[in-house]
Design a protein around this ligand. Structure first.
Ligand code: CMC
Length: 422
């Protein structure tokens, strides 16, 4: 028998029955009861804002799939560019499709010289790379007037490809500017992750270790999408006004910048550095438990209440990287923190487990990235997730401009008081 829910408005006695599909019922039920009745749901805790066929996430079971494919299989066998194709098109590419797609991305990695000479070079010398990236993404859109043709599939596809291809170039450009180093042009003979590493680090005869190149690709795969997180929601909200994808993606990146979202990997490493030694772990956890506001960064998740499958895969990748780079000295503190927290009633009761950001920062640090670059490293691959959702949003006939309602709690109407009477 189909599941339904019946809601009665006690004020009028009116009753509405609607179907429940996969635990979700349409808010039209509320509208039918009374068009002026609204649901108070801060932070969208109980709200499904869209239908999506991109990423499946089961927070209780710790399951994450892109287009039905388990994240574990994609991390073990795929590449970031193949995953990007999958997220955007719904199916894995055949060899010809993958080769064409890779070729297209590779040939759009260059950035207009004015972006570098006039725009990025204009930042203050100590600007945060993520702040630079957010504004550069929006600025990039001004170079492509066709970006505004969002109703044209050809134009949409072109902007998607441009953004995916240019993100590593922009990221490396911002990083090298912050160090006062000359820009390294993309080398389109290299793979997507190798090209990025090359633009970041190339000095003299720089050679990329294939194990680090693979680790970078795995990290890109793991960060590519995560359904309706804060950044993706920002992308959808801005996209719903039919803004161009560069502006919408810049808004998504701005959301990612926050320490409760993508900025958590940076905060996690700063936290481990402040803890300083394994001996200080119990005192730090006591501070977290005390409720004075200290959080264990890289722990907890709105949806995962058991474990974050990305954290498990990232921990494995960390060991692969440390084999090449040597162990990050913060690893022991992280392991001790994880072990102690997982046995602690506070963390057990609150269902707090390591998330994607707990170990990723340790890898980035071992790879030589400064802490301020960590969220940038998240933004590069998440761009494809944002764009896949943007594309899906534009094709969804149910969607209109995002415009939630509010519960007004301010003063009632009152008369303006002249300055002399105040
Ligand atoms: N350390 C200590 N206590 C925590 C933590 C934490 N990391 N996370 C949640 N809690 C407690 C919180 O104090 C609250 O306790 P109480 O009910 O006693 O007041 C309870 O758990 C629920 O917390 P919440 O803030 O209502 O949970 P949320 O679902 O709104 O927040 C979160 C999810 C990820 C923002 C939060 O867990 C957090 O701040 N974690 C640390 C930052 C972090 O690692 N963020 C990365 C998230 S994964 C990647 C991404 O999304 O970008």
């Amino acid at each position: 028998m189909a599941e339904t829910i019946t809601i009665t408005d006690d004020r009028t006695g009116k009753t509405v029955t609607v179907p429940i599909t996969d635990g979700i019922f349409p808010a039209t039920a509320v509208r039918e009861l009374d068009p002026n009745l609204f649901i108070y749901d801060p932070a969208f805790m109980q709200t499904a804002s869209c239908k999506s066929a991109i990423t499946y996430l089961d927070g209780e079971a710790g399951v994450l799939r892109y287009r039905g494919y388990p994240i574990e299989q994609l991390a073990a066998k795929s590449t970031y560019l193949e995953v990007a194709y999958l997220l955007l098109n719904g199916e894995l590419p055949n060899p010809q499709q993958l080769s064409t797609w890779t070729d297209e991305v590779v040939h759009h990695t260059f950035i207009h010289e004015n972006m570098r000479k006039r725009f990025v070079d204009g930042f203050h010398y100590d600007a945060h790379p993520m702040g630079m990236l957010v504004s550069s993404m929006a600025a990039l859109g001004t170079f492509y007037n066709d970006a505004k043709d969002i109703d044209d599939k050809g134009s949409r596809d072109k902007q998607i490809m441009r953004l995916i291809a240019k993100m590593p170039t922009l990221a490396a450009m911002c990083y090298r500017f912050s160090l006062g180093l000359p820009f390294v042009y993309p080398d389109n003979n290299l793979s997507f992750p190798a090209n990025f590493l090359n633009m970041m680090w190339k000095v003299g005869d720089y050679e990329i270790d294939p194990r680090l190149e693979r680790a970078m690709d795995v990290l890109f795969i793991l960060h590519a999408d995560h359904e309706q997180n804060c950044g993706t929601t920002a992308m959808r909200v801005v996209g719903s006004s039919h803004a161009d994808p560069y502006s919408a993606a810049a808004a998504a990146a701005a959301a990612l910048y926050g320490p409760a979202h993508g900025g958590a990997n940076e905060s996690a490493v700063r936290m481990l550095t402040e803890i300083g030694s394994m001996d200080n772990v119990p005192a730090f956890l006591e501070e977290v438990r005390s409720g004075r506001g200290t959080r264990l960064m890289g722990f907890g998740h709105r949806v995962y209440k058991n474990f974050d499958p990305r954290a498990t895969l990232i921990k494995q990748t960390a060991y692969d990287v440390f084999e090449v780079t040597g162990k990050n000295p913060l690893l022991d503190i992280a392991l001790k923190l994880e072990e102690t927290a997982l046995a602690d009633p506070y963390f057990i009761d609150h269902k707090l487990y390591p998330n994607v950001d707990f170990y990723s920062g340790l890898i980035y640090q071992a790879l030589g990235f400064p802490v301020a670059m960590f969220t940038v490293l998240f933004a590069i691959p998440r761009t494809v997730g944002w764009l896949a959702h943007w594309q899906e949003l534009l094709a969804d006939k149910d969607q209109r401009i995002s415009r939630p309602r509010q519960m007004y709690v301010g003063p009632d109407a009152r008369d303006y008081v002249p300055m002399t009477a105040r």
